[in-house]
Write a protein that binds this ligand. Sequence first.
Ligand code: AVJ
Length: 328
Amino acid sequence: MPAHAAHALKRLPSSAEDLFRTEVFAGLSARPRALSPRWFYDRRGSELFEAITALPEYYLTRAEYDILLRHAPEIARITGSGRALIELGSGSSVKTPLLLNALAPRAYVPIDISGDFLHQSAAALAKRFPALSIHPLIADFMNPFTLPGPVRSLPRVGYFAGSTIGNMTVPVAVEFLRATARTLGEDAFLLIGIDRIKDAKRLIAAYDDTQGVTAQFNLNLIHRINRDLRGTMPARAFRHVALWNDYEARIEMHLEAVHDLEFTVDGESFSISEGETIHTESSLKYGPREARTLLRAGGWSPIAEWTDPEGLFALLLASSPSPPALPP
Ligand code: AVJ
């Protein structure tokens, strides 16, 4: 084991920075090198992601918005109104108002790891929906969390937008869905956006846009490491790579070293050779049947699904399975 990996194991993360350092040390020491995409989202990263959602090549956000625009009333007919709407990883979602209008929830709980963005968008929604009771929650929804008191007596509908589930490996996605089923409880619904497998060229273009915004988003991770962990990584020594891994049905983003280099992060030395990469994100894509199978494995019963006219993206509605009927 490399010295810095041993060092990383010895320390228990006591703050966000410690956790980041621990993961960066471990990720740069691993082979292949890999970092979690959750670290993209500092303030600049969140802004760059917002810019990505407006790119001509990035069809995901527009397609999901389009589906909601057409089908939110039908979704509401199935779920009924007056539930608590729990949005997992809300970011600055522009899709939420469509759902709030259609579902007329009794309460809205946006959940996000980034407090900045969360409170900003909650405040904006409060202006638009003055009668709605909003309870923002800063939490990592991968870990168990408790719903705010006023929501506990209401039946729930969860919304997991944007194909964020694609960032998880299949076992992690299943674990996440099961944990969500427990949190949302009996008589719940889950609305989930999942990006579809499609032509590789179309997929790669969405993650390697001509304006280079996705490249900046990926490279921002280097700037974040340099800033938050006193790193000396030269951003110019890395190039953005997006590729389609057909066997795993996922887009992968990497930072590829364009020449051999050495650098330090918080005093620890690392090296990388020309052509080697740091794997920074996987974005899994699902066929229609695979998406339903995933939901079932995660303890949900798919009951309806909608796509955009081109069939690029899918929005699935699932219900928590009703408890088995008691024998007479
Ligand atoms: C927010 C995880 C859904 O995987 O498409 C966009 C993030 N990465 N461009 C995605 C992302 C590169 C996005 N998710």
